[in-house]
Structure formats: C-alpha cells, structure tokens
Write a protein that binds this ligand. Structure first.
Ligand SMILES: [Zn+2]
Length: 240
C-alpha cells in the first residue's frame, strides 16, 4: 500500500511539472501577429562563404531564417546595393586597406573590400533562401558617396530609405531583425527601428557578425541600451 502511494505521488508530481513547464513555455513564446514584420538583412552572396566580404558562418543563418519566416505574415528583405567605385570600398581610397577607417563628411566610415555591386552575382540574394512570400525588397547604399548599413536611414543619419513609412502605413508595430552582419547592418537597422518607434527584436542565432575592432560587443551593448530585445529563434512560436 505504501509503495503504491509513493508511485502515485511520483506520477502526479511529474504530471504537474510538465503541465507547469508547458504553460510557462506558452506564456514566453513570442507569436508574431499581423502587426509584426520580419526584416531579413543582406543575405547576399558577397556576405556568404566564397563572397568578397564573407561573414564567418554566414551560411548558417539561412536555414534558421527560412524556418522562422514561416511564422510571419509580413516579411521585408534588404540588399546592399552599391555603385561601382562606392565610397565605402577601400579600393577607391589610395593607400587604404579593407577594415581601416576614414573620416567622411557624415562621420567615420569603415572601408570594405568591393562588395554587392549593383546587378552582380555577389549582390544577389542567396539562392538557398526560401521566402517567396516576402513582400518588399529594400535596396540600400546606392548613393555613391554615402554608405547605408541601416535599412531605414543612410549613414548620413538623415536620408530615408522609406522603410519606416512603409511599415507604418502597413500598421506594423513590431519588427524582428535577422541576417548579416550582426554588428553592422543588423545592429544599425535595429537601432534605427527603435528611433522610428518600433518594438524591436534581434534574433541572435539568425544573425552572424563580422567583429572587427570590438564591433560585435559594442553593437550588442548599444542595442541593449536602446531597448532592443535579444532573442533566439526558438523563442518564436512555430506558427503565426
Ligand atoms: Zn556595403
């Protein structure tokens, strides 16, 4: 009799624990709604293995993004889209090498290898992305003398890409940011989204960083300070 009671007590404790944990999970999983949009940043060949500005493990974001994209009714993608001889290319500044910085009229600019030149294969979106439902592709960095990491504002801090107005006219209130690279185009997009008044989540495992001169740690610190929420893909509920 004693033994039987012990077994029963054990079963009910296990059952209770699993009930509590499933309720907790349901309460914490984030369910993207019609006022939510996923922003897929610069998943382009130049930033993937074999590309001219390849981000380490950049290809690993693709299956994660494909998976979370299924939970979103609204998706916007971006493409870095530079003129040949763009001001952000080290090759146009004599004596300068990639990853050095220079001062431009709008502030400090990191110099990069030539990348994402308009119309080239390197500027194309990864063929492994599977997001046919994406509604808008924003191209950025197409003014020869101004870079644009952010999907919202060019690096001069004032020239708009039009994305904030588009999202607001679509009644979007929350944006989830994924893609490449965490410490540049993803972070600048997330920070500008906060400035534009959106609730902002960065999906960490759906991003990879370049990390030059401490840029990755600084980006996460800046985003935390601005109220950007750092989440993992598993935090997003599997269906919309
Ligand atoms: Zn660029």
């Amino acid at each position: 009799m004693l033994d039987r009671r012990r077994v029963l007590a054990g079963v009910s404790t296990v059952a209770l624990a699993s009930l509590v944990s499933s309720k907790l999970w349901a309460a914490t999983a984030i369910k993207p709604d019609d006022a939510s949009a996923l922003l897929v940043i610069d998943v382009q060949n130049c930033f993937l293995p074999g590309g001219s500005l390849a981000v380490k493990e950049g290809e690993q974001v693709v299956p994660v993004i494909n998976k979370i994209a299924k939970s979103f009714a609204n998706i916007v993608m971006t493409q870095d889209w530079h003129t040949p001889g763009h001001v952000s290319f080290a090759s146009v500044h004599s004596g300068k090498k990639p990853f050095e910085t220079i001062d431009l009229p709008y502030g400090k600019q990191v110099l990069w290898p030539d990348h994402c030149v308009q119309g080239t294969d390197g500027a194309a979106l990864s063929k492994d992305l599977s997001i046919p439902q994406a509604e808008l592709i924003i191209r950025k960095g197409f003014h020869k003398d101004v870079d644009s990491y952010s999907a919202f504002l060019e690096a001069d801090g004032k020239t708009s890409t039009g994305l904030a107005a588009y999202l607001k006219s679509r009644k979007i209130k929350r944006v989830f940011v994924a893609g490449l690279a965490t410490d540049f185009c993803v972070a600048w997009t997330a920070l500008d989204a906060r400035k534009a008044g959106f609730e902002v989540y960065v999906v960490e495992d759906a991003c990879r960083g370049i990390d030059t001169q401490g840029s990755l740690a600084k980006a996460w610190a800046d985003m935390a300070k601005a109220g950007v929420k750092r989440i993992q893909s598993a935090d997003i509920a599997a269906t919309a």
